[in-house]
Design a protein around this ligand. Sequence first.
Ligand code: GAL
Length: 928
Amino acid sequence: MTSYVESFSPGEGRRRPRADFHSDAPRLSLNGDWAFRLAPTASGPSFWAPEFDDSGWDRLRVPSHWVLEGHDRPLYTNTAYPFPIDPPHVPVENPTGDYRRHFDWPYSGRAVLRFQGVDSCAKVWLNGTELGHSKGSRLPFEFDVTGLVRPAGNVLAVRVHRWSSGSYLEDQDMWWLPGIFRDVELLGGTVDDLFVHASYVDGLGTLRVDADPPGIVELPELGVRVPTGETVTVPVEPWSAERPRLYKGVLTAAGERIDLAVGFRTVSIVDGRLLVNGAPVLFRGVNRHEHDPDRGRALDPSTMLRDVLLMKRHNINAVRTSHYPPHPEFLRLCDEYGLWVVDECDIETHGFVYAGWEGNPPDEPAWRDALVDRIERMVERDKNHPSVVVWSLGNESGHGAAFGEIESWIRERDPSRPVHYERDRSYRHSDFASVMYPSLEELEAIGRRREPTPEGVEPDSPDDVRRRGLPFLLCEYAHAMGNGPGSLVDYQRILEAHERFCGAFVWEWIDHGLHAPDGGLLHGGDVDHLPNGGRYCLDGLLFADRTPSPGLLEYAKAIEPVEITIADGRVWLRNRYDFADLSHLRLEWTAGDEAGELPTPYVPARHAASVPAPRGDLLTVRAVLAAGTAWAPAGHVVAWGQAPVVPPARAFRPAGAFRGVRFDDGQLVRLGDLDLSGPVLDVWRAPIENDRGQGFRNDVTRAWRAVGLDRMLHRVEEIRTEDGRVVVRGRSGPAGQAIGLRTEMCWEPAGDAGVALTLRVTPEGVWTDTPIGGHAVTLPRLGLRMGLPAGLTRARWFGRGPGESYVDSQAAARVGLFAADIDAMQSHYPWPQENGNHIETRWLELTGDGVPRLRVEGDPWFDFTARRWTSEDLDRATKPAQLVPSDRVWLNVDYGQQGLGSASCGPPLPERYRLPIRPYTFRVRLYA
Ligand code: GAL
């Protein structure tokens, strides 16, 4: 009875896959309230008879995942299967949801029942008759119910199994979320399928629409009225992500009118470069999972639109639909708003890595049909979208003969789009070379077509030679887990320097945190199940509630479509668009209190030009939308540039004797009327996810903790007053270790209630990380920490802002005068970690009601963080709610901090963004 659950078969009784389209034929949404019951195994009692009494059942909204609606629980794994690798079998413990729904269908003619997505396997009955079953969670399936459906009193029954043989093909790094999670609908109409072929060459669009049954195609704007199957060529404007020109029209066939939105464009690969409409393109992309903290992958249309608008407003021009075809409405939005799409199939068998890839489905003939079925369903559904420019065969599924068959099937059915598959290093079934998470050096070599021959490929073999000739698509890089990613600008520079690159996709768009009943956010480790992927699902540029993280702002800046630089009295504009000139942008400038506008010169795509720069301090030029677009209002800033701001060299002369300053045991404890504790040497930061690497590699925190940087203790050795200065010598070192940092703090008077401090740090001892194998240790941070009255609630500073900045993530922060409440300066990562730093701060003032202010001046500058808890509190906390304001404001004034990197999945942090163990000198002045 339940053998279909574990059979290799992708389904039975279903209609042939076809395009997703809107027509004027009757359509009934079966979304809404269904009767629902959950059983622990697949073989529950019969419930599909129309007269079955379901009045005692629960109610469940459709679409949804039952595990997010109070039944059972969601599970998260990264690479591992949550059940034994025993293909195609699944455990007896197989939570199974039975659904029932009554409906009327007052229409005659053909009727098709469509499920847009059911996770993971559904068997369906209408009015007691079994229609069939289907697997392939993120793909539609349909049953012809003509003759079976009645005008009134229909009963639809669906049994959904959490696990099935299909689950073996769905081991993506994401939550396992069973249920009918996309729309269910009943469709009238007679048109089976249509295929819009719309290409573009040199000003001319060529259109042919194939349809079954045939009909007439009309695009009024182009004066086109042709029968299906006939080719017509007319002058058109092409479709691109930059200018998503769509021609609306209709196909009339057998009395049914189908909406057409035709975008003319031609995708080709010429001389190892990806071209669209004859021009090279560069994807500035993100990997997008469908995610909502309450609804999982059951996204509503407004959330899809929100994603598209957020992407467009942050200069993103491409999406890889990692790792499955999205809801079809999302692709309609991509057509309309303009995003290049790499449409990826719902295939991932990553967990077979734990079986040494033994039995990997793509390599086993028994799975062939199930794999090809998925590709057919994706291509047939999505083939008419101009936004879809690349088919991706799937993700991280090793290799195997099935990929050859899949590739041939696509070549035959849709030769108009190239195909991508990353994990088979022969790239025989891919039109792109591709890897994930290369270092900057590796990427540079790839750009020069000089990458090392992949393992398993014979050097100079035909595969090796062919691969070097292919365009390169960086399908994943810059792991946005926690605070980061760093080096976005470094990567972008390389991606734009080599013709081989057609673009890159940051991993990933949004954190997959789920709202917990207590208002917090769940990650995989919060669910009591093994294996689980812990926090690895929290790695997006958006927080789970779709608030942009600092990483998204940095990405928007790194990929801005115009590079604006100011040098030699001119404003230089490098147009990074692939098609558009800059005529849709206005150039606004500010300098101090002055402001004005510059003429926008004519700059064709991928060209540069300059105009004379206005004079003035802090000259900033912004390129803003001259007119509103579908995705942002007029005035929206798409790019900006700033004249280099050189910090003033301010000579400091000690001013006589200390006034209004008190030291106690070598510590500054009072400045004017301000009580403070510290400053003391501080080398610790609450590790960010990237500091931990991937656990098994690049975990610098192990070295930091092994040598004890998280538990430094301080000793004052000598306090001396000489020449009107107070010199405090001491030593800081970790418990149990002989290594240490000798410190000298030299205090000099700086006017009334002012001091100048010179900190000299000299390492002592052998600073290798002996406990874990002698690696060199670097410092998380180097600077001064002080405790200040809690009443200091506001910060004003001159330096980089308004957002946070780190040495390898600072492009989005301009130089200027900024002010913010300290509480608003924290980025609340769902797993607490270092955040909120500001590099290149020239001066900082902390103020509050009824408390004396503190002013810090740099020589020339410093990093700062200010918060109500210490780095140790931040380090200890595992949830934001555990961060409770202390009775102090903790201010760090630092020489520097280690960069961010993206080692949580990727290369180690480049050396230049680290603080090596060496002597340092750092100067600041403090005033009350
Ligand atoms: C990739 C994978 C993604 C995700 C990422 C790390 O290997 O394709 O699905 O797991 O690593 O977050």
